[in-house]
Design a protein around this ligand. Structure first.
Ligand code: DGY
Length: 335
């Protein structure tokens, strides 16, 4: 009898889905947006695996809808805040994600945001495009230097370290705050107050968990330099956007670069941050290159195929067992 796997998309970059459909009966949610939890529950009965993206709802109802046949939930994403990890652990379901294959790509995009926000590239480009560029003037389009500035990385896992390597090439001084990561030859480990007080650029690389929700709120923003650039490519919920909006409007920081938002997808009802001239905003494209997205889908498929073949999953979530049927804790989570 063939295994049965639910995927939350009919198409994914690369050849992973093709390999999956050779090994299992694949049932896919047919929509193109973000599925509702109830859409997925309807398709779930009897499946052995679920392949989902990083903000599809994977909750206890979906796991119960699938029933005891469900062995593995494979995310084609690094982030995992969309999964009820406690429910999965209680049911002995393996949950996997895709570290390793998107760190460099996301670090590239992080640097693009640092450059764009600090050098005011979006505003300068828009002024040219609207015919407002009249003359070279000494006071126009002034930003702040990246070289020689201090970068503070909150979270120093794979992506944080990949950003540090780029920052080193730019001649930045690098600090990080991460309870799991000591000093290394690129960066010095500091406590959060020191990082906030000394950094010219603060970049967020922590997963969204109960501990990191609104990690950057009014108090932390007030502790930063008035010339700081805040960059986030992790998850929107790590920043209290209302507090950020106030700080931006009151000129209490230089700029921000955001690839992620508290409400995703945003649709036509835009966050007010999008219209702020000192904020660069992107629609969650940190890992959006052809090769990274294909590698993410591929790794998710490999995780499913391994677990269904009774091999340990390649990249289980921190705190998840690599083999099904073993309830595991969810402690020790890091990016
Ligand atoms: C990730 O991998 O976490 C990206 O943000 C896409 O979900």
């Amino acid at each position: 009898m063939k295994f049965r796997v639910l995927t939350t998309r009919e198409n994914l970059p690369g050849h992973g889905l093709h390999r999956l459909s050779e090994a299992a009966d694949v049932v896919s949610w047919p929509g193109t947006g973000k599925p509702d939890a109830s859409d997925l529950v309807t398709l779930a009965p009897g499946v052995n695996g679920v392949l989902a993206l990083g903000n599809d709802p994977v909750d206890a109802a979906l796991m119960d809808g699938a029933g005891p046949s469900l062995r593995v939930v494979a995310l084609a994403s690094m982030g995992f805040d969309n999964v009820d990890r406690t429910a999965a652990a209680e049911r002995g379901i393996v949950v996997t994600h895709t570290p390793g294959v998107l760190a460099e790509t996301t670090a590239d995009l992080t640097f693009a945001l640092i450059l764009a926000a600090r050098r005011r590239i979006g505003a300068a480009e828009a002024s040219l495009a609207t015919g407002s560029w009249g003359l070279f003037r000494m006071h126009d389009y002034l930003g702040l230097d990246i070289h020689g500035a201090t970068l503070g990385l909150i979270g120093y896992g794979q992506i944080g370290r990949a950003v540090a390597r780029r920052a080193h090439g730019f001649g930045m001084r690098i600090l990080h705050h991460d309870p799991y990561a000591p000093d290394d030859d690129l960066s010095t480990s500091v406590d959060l107050p020191t990082l906030l007080a000394e950094s010219d650029v603060v970049s967020l690389h922590v997963p969204l968990t109960e501990e990191t929700r609104h990690l950057i709120s009014a108090r932390e923003l007030a502790a930063m330099k008035p010339t700081v650039t805040l960059v986030s490519t992790s998850r929107g919920g790590v920043v209290d956007e209302e507090a950020l909006l106030h700080a931006v409007r009151e000129g209490r920081l230089h700029s921000a670069g955001l690839d992620v938002f508290e409400r995703e997808p945003m649709g036509p009802e835009l966050s007010p941050l999008v219209a702020e001239p000192h904020v660069v905003t992107l629609p969650h494209i940190g890992s959006a290159t052809e090769s990274a997205r294909a590698a993410m889908a591929d790794l998710a498929v490999d995780n499913i195929l391994d677990v269904l073949a009774e091999r340990p999953a390649r990249t289980p979530l921190p705190g998840s067992s690599a083999v099904p049927g073993i309830p595991a804790g969810t402690a020790g989570v890091r990016a």
